[in-house]
Design a protein around this ligand. Structure first.
Ligand SMILES: Nc1ncnc2c1ncn2[C@@H]1O[C@H](COP(=O)(O)OP(=O)(O)OP(=O)(O)O)[C@@H](O)[C@H]1O
Ligand SMILES: [Mg+2]
Length: 378
């Protein structure tokens, strides 16, 4: 996967360079060579590599000095460096290398397998870090957009009011006010979601568990969403199993779970589709790790667009949306399922998903019945 990564090998001994060049090229890397510290710096400036292998003992500018220059420069300081030292006993010089910002050191004579393993693991770590940064950057720009556009709607309405635009027209004023109210409620919802996720991730969410009727929680959330479904011509059906015992639930948080799942189902199901919410009892015998005993369960099944199977593992990650979400009319933030998963797991339960592209999706939430099964959530 990091096949085409470019590695700069720096050594004053041509034989060593030839050896490194051969070894790395055989592993599919692209290799650049430099015979001195100066040449290293100039090559990095014109053609920055993904990783540098840096010999310490070189005339004129040695490896440490070269490293210092690399780390002083904004552009080159992010490039990982492995230093190559001939002196395995010299702990002081290794320490020195690390303090200057080296990522790894290897002693000569080079153990080929070890060198390749280190190179690969550093490149992998760098790649993972880049991916995380990308997700964060994407989220930030999206968040700014998501919060700025509703706020400009609200500001616009307030400005009209202050300027007396509605003085003669209370009917119009009410219409605009309603619009602003809806918009600010959406914003508040988004901010609450963000705070919830932060709390859930810090393990600071306190569940207020009480004996509750799962059917009641499900049906009241669904009742609220009926209008939304009707507007899209979607049939929403609830099938309740009335033999479900009372279970320990935080009903407000579980309401959020149902609401998020049903909202998604509505969002990702085209006009005239069908959504079924079904409650039932389920037994596990540890065929799935961590699940044993009786569980109260519910499905939210839709006849919607489905989720590409490659995307399924990441939809529960915060701010992540599957490729299918481009087809959705209303765009979201990608927090809904993170909340669903975390809240369910804090109740000691689990969320499952099955999906078939173009046919539909079924989410299943299971919550343990009986306290012994549940991990203490508070
Ligand atoms: N029922 C569903 N059918 C098809 N795709 C779904 C369904 N539910 C979730 N997804 C996919 O999973 C992604 C993540 O869902 P999630 O609820 O976390 O975010 P969202 O709905 O996009 O935004 P938010 O819930 O924060 O408003 C969605 O963007 C969508 O790609
Ligand atoms: Mg959602």
């Amino acid at each position: 996967m990091e096949e085409r990564s470019r590695i700069l090998a720096v050594d004053d001994a041509p034989d060593n360079l030839i050896l490194l060049d051969k070894l790395l090229k055989r592993q599919g890397f692209e290799v650049i060579n430099a015979g001195s510290g100066r040449e290293c710096l100039s090559k990095v400036a014109t053609d920055p590599p993904d990783l540098i292998l840096l010999d310490v003992a070189m005339p004129e500018m040695d490896g440490f000095e070269t490293l210092k220059h690399l780390k002083e420069n904004e552009l080159s300081k992010v490039i990982p460096v492995i230093i190559l030292t001939a002196n395995s006993k010299d702990a002081g010089s290794i320490e020195h290398g690390f303090s200057l910002g080296a990522d790894e050191y290897l002693t000569k004579p080079i153990d080929q397998e070890e060198l390749i393993a280190r190179v690969r693991s550093i490149l992998r770590a760098v790649k993972a870090e880049h991916e995380i940064e990308q997700v964060k950057a994407d989220f930030q720009s999206m968040l700014v957009h998501d919060l700025r556009s509703p706020l400009s709607v609200i500001t616009g309405v307030l400005e009209l009011g202050v300027n007396g635009e509605f003085d003669q027209n209370p009917v119009e004023m009410k219409e605009f006010m309603n619009n602003a109210l809806n918009t600010s409620q959406k914003m508040l919802g988004l901010i609450n979601d963000i705070l919830d996720v932060a709390k859930l991730e810090a393990g600071k969410l306190e569940l207020n568990k009480q004996p509750n009727d799962l059917n009641a929680v499900v049906s009241s959330a669904v009742a609220r969403l009926k209008i939304l479904a009707r507007e899209k011509g979607i049939t929403l059906t609830v099938e309740e199993d009335h033999d479900i015992p009372v279970i320990e639930l935080d009903s407000g948080k579980m309401d959020q779970v149902v609401t998020n799942l049903v909202t998604n189902a509505i969002k990702f199901t085209p006009k005239d589709g069908k959504i079924t919410i079904r409650t039932y009892m389920k037994h596990f015998d540890h065929e799935i790790p961590g699940l044993g005993g009786d569980y109260a369960a519910f499905d939210v099944e839709d006849s919607g667009v489905g989720i590409p199977s490659d995307d399924i593992p990441m939809i529960f990650d915060r701010y992540r949306q599957a490729r299918n979400s481009r087809t959705a009319v209303q765009k979201g933030t990608g927090l809904g399922l993170t909340i669903v998963k975390r809240v369910t797991e804090t109740h000691g339960g689990k969320v499952f998903v099955e999906s078939s592209l173009g046919k539909g999706t079924k989410f299943t939430v299971v919550i343990p019945v009986g306290k012994d099964e549940a991990e203490s959530g508070s």
